[in-house]
Design a protein around this ligand. Structure first.
Ligand SMILES: [Zn+2]
Ligand SMILES: [Zn+2]
Length: 387
């Protein structure tokens, strides 16, 4: 099967303001990143330590005045900053990744305000543009676009984990304005953190304790508990697709690797790539079918933190809908205490999702890709300004 994996060339460009841009697939030699709109939002980003919760908070004042939020009177290809020809990608492309103009974390952060409770916001914030087509979404990507996206995720993940300053790398998608997306063009994001975020740290500790106290892999045990349960939503050879036993969100779904040793995207075999693409697409199509709308959701890849041999790669989905007309809001109790209140029995939610009929074009071996730096990579080095 491995012989059918096709290379996708990756071209590295640099915006006038220094931000990195990766263009995947064919790129026109004359591609140029113009100077217009080159102002960025680095001003004042830093972290603050909360003495009460002993957690870091990322402060990014410029994000609140993002022009994408306020100066986008129209939400079509003409007004889209990431469509081909837009301010971020002013040339034809197939798929692209670039550093966020208004990041929470950057590789070379400014000095934080002085004091013993502040730190620089070191890390990365990237946008992943799934396709040049504006009017589609993750679940409706063509099979080859989905396969290519998985290869792009693996490529970015591998590079960001290779930077030892990064303690955690998280690929995710906020779908819909309700989920915080400021662009309607199909896209996701990647954050690299210089510390383990609190929930990840708790999971990592749980894995270590499980190993010490029970001599078991927590990931394997979760797969064993979940795979035969009534909370399974769809069959899949490589992943358990179902509602977690203690779901926090009414229709939360986890897509968890069955195989011990599959702990990051870079570990995926070709067959597992196809199974993962099918599973993720299937979950989003079920959400849309269940609620009869483009269901806003959060989709998050959970890759193994450093030194976590027992971790099974998982994708978590947190949809906002409780029903077609009502959404879940993290209100007082959940926001102030961290205790979630879920008003849907996970077993019922699973039954509703499982009985839906969803169909999509099969994802075959022609959808297997691996990213390779283009021979002319860093083509361009710093592209000429045209403004
Ligand atoms: Zn667009
Ligand atoms: Zn395991």
């Amino acid at each position: 099967m491995g012989g059918s994996v096709k290379p996708v060339p990756r071209h590295e460009l640099v915006h006038e303001d220094g931000r990195r841009v990766f263009v995947y697939g064919a790129v026109r030699a004359s591609s140029s990143l113009a100077r217009r709109g080159a102002e960025t939002g680095l001003g004042g980003i830093h972290k603050r330590f909360d003495l009460l919760t002993e957690e870091w908070v990322a402060i990014s004042p410029a994000r609140n005045v993002r022009p994408l939020d306020t100066a986008a009177p129209r939400d079509d290809e003409e007004g889209c900053p990431v469509c081909p020809g837009g301010i971020e990608l002013p040339f034809p492309y197939e798929a692209a990744v670039f550093e966020n103009r208004f990041p929470s974390f950057v590789a070379e952060p400014p000095l934080p305000p002085p004091g013993d409770l502040t730190a620089p916001s070191c890390g990365r914030c990237e946008l992943v543009i799934y396709t040049s087509r504006h009017d589609t979404c993750f679940g409706r990507l063509a099979p080859v676009e989905l396969g290519r996206l998985l290869a792009i995720w693996s490529d970015r993940s591998r590079e960001l984990w290779a930077d030892e300053r990064h303690e955690f790398v998280m690929i995710f998608e906020n779908r819909g304005a309700e989920a915080g997306a400021t662009l309607s063009h199909p896209h996701g994001q990647i954050y690299a953190f210089d510390h383990l975020p609190p929930i990840t740290a708790a999971k990592a500790e749980a894995h270590r304790r499980y190993r010490t106290q029970k001599a078991l892999c927590l990931g394997c045990d979760l797969v064993r508990r979940e795979s035969g349960s009534v909370r399974v939503v769809a069959p899949n050879d490589s992943f358990v697709v179902g509602l977690p036993f203690a779901s926090r969100w009414p229709y939360e779904v986890a897509v968890r690797a069955r195989r011990h040793g599959l702990s990051r995207l870079a570990d995926l075999t070709p067959g597992e790539q196809l199974d993962l693409a099918s599973a993720l697409r299937d979950v989003t199509l079920r959400y849309d079918a269940l609620f009869g709308l483009e269901c806003p959701y959060l989709m998050v890849a959970q890759e193994a933190p450093r030194s976590q041999p027992d971790w099974h790669l998982a994708f978590e989905f947190f949809p906002f809908q409780r029903s077609r007309t009502t959404t879940k809001i993290r209100a007082s109790v959940e926001t102030a205490t961290g205790l979630f209140l879920n008003d849907v029995l996970p077993e019922d939610a699973a039954r509703r999702l499982a009985k839906l009929e969803v169909s999509a074009a099969p994802i075959g071996e022609d959808c297997l890709f691996v990213v390779q730096p283009a021979a002319d990579s860093r083509i361009s080095q710093r592209m000429e300004a045209r403004s």
